[in-house]
Design a protein around this ligand. Structure first.
Ligand code: FAD
Length: 402
């Protein structure tokens, strides 16, 4: 039996206006909650990079009413293709033209800024406050309070920490955590497509795999830009941020033994940046009193399954649904966590395992990888089997009475 809905409009403070925070604001305001978002930046902005929206994410975006605008901003890849960066040979192909039929929702690649803007423009009456850095959160007898830089305090019935990988809210709940350096460096680049010969970049998501690294290449902005993420083992590292500039010569030097096609991709890369990849274990819990976590603040993950933003979008929908279905906020938060924590922890750990598979060194280990990829009728989930990820339906993961 569905519980009666809140009689008073619940006031919810969302900390962070990234993909997770805005998706939460949208889902919550669609359910009738009074939402206020605090974002520290002066403007809503995302880095100039691509993001893949797999069917598990696009299914939620559709439920939030964003199918048409997503189709407008997205590029639909024809396949996920795995190639060896030594000789360029194709090792595995997962067609995606039929993703809509196979998974019940389409697969898109989008520019992160376009995705953020798309969600922001659907926000309706959710209030967004920019230039609003939250300095502290605390529990109050019947809710939670947010203290902004400068000392202003705002009281809410519930506060949701969507403040990303360096989350203040997670630190408040769990104390400081020490992320582990994975021994892996990452580069991203966003290059106008016309820089490459016509037809050179296939309309696919290509994963070039090598010893100790891999490179992911795909189109965004309707095929006008080529997004690249390149990862390799490295003892040296730079900070965990997206903003340290790099360059095509540096990229080429970091990946010296690749085939001619990959050399062209690296050698003509533009808008390149680099950072070190750090890993954290799944948290044992996310909520205390009327404060909870969502997105990277709750479950930062390595990018090897391209699912961090997708998980944040799934969280957003489920949080709104649990709160709308229960007049006891703390009980709703426990149900939110019970629905989301096992799924996101599995994805965090699977992303970690995927990195190990991607970056195998020995020729024998690589042979075994290809054997696994090519031959196993029901591959180990670590070997690029994404069905369990893509088939998941966050819009239907709660029991009916929710
Ligand atoms: C190389 C790479 C590739 C990736 N590719 C994919 C992909 O293809 N698909 C996918 O689904 N995911 C991908 N991800 C993961 C995805 O980028 C993240 O999981 C996602 O952006 C997290 O969103 P978020 O809103 O939780 O956090 P963030 O995007 O980090 O947003 C947090 C926001 O909170 C704000 N904030 C922080 N502290 C405060 C404060 N104290 N007060 C006010 N505001 C604050 C920040 O300014 C920011 O706007 C990738 C990640 C990497 C590194």
């Amino acid at each position: 039996m569905a519980r009666p809905l809140q009689t008073r409009r619940l006031r919810i403070g969302v900390i962070g206006g990234g993909i997770g925070g805005l998706a939460a604001a949208l889902a919550l305001s669609q359910r009738g909650f009074a939402v206020r978002v605090f974002e520290q930046s002066e403007a809503l902005r995302e880095v100039g990079a691509g993001v893949q929206m797999a069917p598990n994410a696009t299914r939620v975006l559709r439920a939030l009413g964003l199918e048409a605008p997503l189709h407008k901003i997205g590029f639909q890849p024809q396949a996920i293709v795995v190639r060896d960066w030594d000789d360029g040979r194709e090792k595995r192909r997962t067609p995606l033209q039929d993703a809509g039929r196979r998974y019940g929702a389409a697969y898109y690649q989008v520019h992160r800024a376009d995705l953020l803007e798309m969600i922001a423009s659907a926000l309706g009456d959710a209030q967004l406050e920019l230039n609003a850095r939250v300095a502290a959160v605390s529990s109050t007898p019947h809710g939670a309070a947010v203290t902004l830089d400068g000392g202003r305090q705002e009281a809410f019935d519930l506060v949701v920490g969507c403040d990303g990988i360096h989350s203040l809210v997670r630190r408040t709940l769990h104390g400081p955590q020490s992320p582990r350096f994975t021994g892996t460096m990452c580069w991203r680049a966003l290059t106008p497509a016309e820089v490459f010969p016509s037809g050179f970049v296939a309309p696919e998501m290509t994963i070039w795999m090598g010893p100790l690294g891999h490179i992911v290449v795909y189109y965004v902005r309707g095929g006008r830009y080529v997004n690249m993420v390149a990862v390799r083992r490295s003892r040296a590292w730079v900070e965990e941020s997206w903003s340290v500039p790099s360059s095509a010569p540096e990229l080429s030097a970091a990946f010296p033994r690749v085939n001619a096609d990959v050399r062209i991709l690296l050698g003509r890369a533009q808008n390149a940046f680099k950072w070190g990849l750090f890993d954290r274990d799944p948290l044992p819990w996310w909520s205390r009193g009327r404060i909870t976590l969502l997105g990277d603040a709750a479950h930062p993950m390595l990018p090897f399954l391209a699912q961090g933003a997708a998980m944040a979008i799934e969280d957003a929908f489920v949080l709104a649904q649990t709160l709308a279905g229960d007049d006891d906020v703390e009980r709703a938060l426990q149900r939110y966590e019970a629905a989301r924590l096992p799924r996101t922890a599995r994805v965090q750990l699977a992303a970690r395992a995927q990195g190990e598979i991607f970056h195998l060194m020995s020729p024998f280990a690589r042979l075994k990888r290809w054997f696994g990829l090519d031959r196993l009728a029901k591959p180990d989930p670590r070997l690029l089997d994404r069905d369990w990820l893509y088939e998941y339906d966050a819009t239907a993961c709660l029991p009916r009475e929710a």
